[in-house]
Design a protein around this ligand. Structure first.
Ligand code: AMP
Length: 294
C-alpha cells in the first residue's frame, strides 16, 4: 500500500480527519494554494512537513480575490496532476472544497475580512479588493482546517504581510511561516501564470529578477531610492514590460528613508509587478544594506 494521501471535498470529511489527528496530539501544518501546482508550492509542503506532523494543502481558485477582467475563468486548473504532486511531496490530505462549501451564502453575501493600511499600496492599489478576497478566503480556510502552522510563499511578499496582520489582529491560534522563493534556472520566479507567456515573452521574463538584483546592488552601493526606482522602471520598460511598480521598501512596505537615520536596521525589499502582454508577473528580493545600524 502506498502512503496514500487522502482527498477531502466535504467539510465533514476534512473535520473528521483533522479531529482524529488533533485527538492524537498531532501538529497540523497547512498550505493554501490555488492549484496548478509547481515546485514553489511543493517547497511549501516540504517546509510544512518539517514543522508539523500532518500536512493539509488546499486547492481552491478563489473568485473573490480576482478583479473584473482578471483571469479567474482562464486560471489553469489541473486537479489530477496537483493531487499526484501533493502526494509525492509528502502531503497527507488535499482539501478541495466546492465553491458552495467555501461560500455557503454565495459570494455576494459572504462575510468579508478587510485589513486596512498595508492593503492600500502596491498590489492592493493595482488590484482593488484583491487582498480583501485573499483574507476572506484564508480566514475561512483557517477555520475549516484549524492548523497549528500555516505556510505561505515569500514570492507573494505583500500577501504574507497582510496575512500576518490578520492573524495577529484576529488572534488566529497558529504560527505563520514564510517560504523562500523558488526560481527557474534563469531567475524567473516559478508561477502558475508563467505558462501564459509566449515563447518570446518567456525569454524576456527573467529581466524582472535581473532588475531586482540591480536594485539591490544600487541600494547597497548607496544610490538614492527614487533614482534607483526610476532606473528599474526604465530598464523594464526598455525590455518590453508595462510596469505597475518597481520600488524599494522596508519590510513593512513603507518608503525607506532617503539617507541614513539612527535605528534603521537596513532591512529592505525590492518589489516589482510588471506585465508582458496579458500576463502580470510579480517578484521581490529581500536584502540588508551594508553598514546599517544593527
Ligand atoms: P498560489 O497558488 O499562486 O495562490 O500560491 C500558493 C502559495 O504558494 C502562496 O503562498 C504563494 O506565495 C506560494 N508560491 C507560489 N509560487 C511560489 C514560488 N515560486 N516560490 C515560493 N512560494 C511560491
Amino acid at each position: 500500500m502506498s502512503a496514500g494521501m487522502e482527498v477531502a471535498d466535504s467539510l465533514g470529511m476534512l473535520r473528521a480527519r483533522v479531529d482524529a489527528w488533533k485527538r492524537e496530539g498531532l501538529r497540523i501544518g497547512f498550505v493554501p494554494t490555488m492549484g496548478n501546482l509547481h515546485e514553489g508550492h511543493y517547497s511549501l509542503v516540504r517546509l510544512a512537513r518539517e514543522n508539523a506532523d500532518r500536512v493539509v494543502a488546499s486547492i481552491f481558485v478563489n473568485p473573490t480575490q480576482f478583479g473584473p477582467g482578471e483571469d479567474y475563468e482562464r486560471y489553469p486548473r489541473t486537479p489530477e496532476a496537483d493531487v499526484a504532486g501533493l502526494s509525492a511531496a509528502g502531503c497527507h490530505l488535499a482539501w478541495m472544497p466546492p465553491l458552495e462549501t467555501m461560500y455557503p451564502l454565495g459570494t455576494a453575501r459572504a462575510v468579508r475580512v478587510q485589513v486596512p493600511g498595508i492593503t492600500g499600496v502596491l498590489d492592493g492599489a493595482h488590484r482593488p479588493g484583491h487582498f480583501d478576497g485573499v483574507c476572506t478566503v484564508v480566514a475561512r480556510l483557517f477555520n475549516q482546517v484549524r492548523p497549528d502552522v500555516a505556510v505561505f510563499g515569500r514570492k507573494d511578499y505583500q500577501q504574507l504581510a497582510v496575512i500576518r496582520h490578520m492573524v495577529r489582529d484576529l488572534a488566529f491560534p497558529l504560527e505563520l511561516l514564510g517560504a523562500d522563493i523558488v526560481r527557474e534556472d534563469d531567475g524567473l520566479a516559478r508561477s502558475s501564470r508563467n505558462q501564459y507567456l509566449s515563447a518570446g515573452e518567456r525569454v524576456l521574463a527573467p529581466e524582472i529578477h535581473r532588475t531586482l538584483l540591480a536594485m539591490r546592488d544600487a541600494a547597497q552601493a548607496g544610490q538614492g531610492r527614487r533614482e534607483l526606482e526610476a532606473e528599474a522602471v526604465a530598464r523594464l520598460q526598455a525590455a518590453g514590460f508595462v510596469v505597475d511598480y518597481a520600488v524599494l521598501r522596508t519590510p513593512l512596505l513603507v518608503e525607506p528613508p532617503e539617507s541614513p537615520v539612527p535605528g534603521d536596521d537596513g532591512q529592505r525589499v525590492a518589489l516589482v509587478a510588471a506585465r508582458l502582454g496579458r500576463t502580470r508577473l510579480i517578484d521581490n528580493l529581500e536584502f540588508t544594506l551594508q553598514g546599517a545600524d544593527s
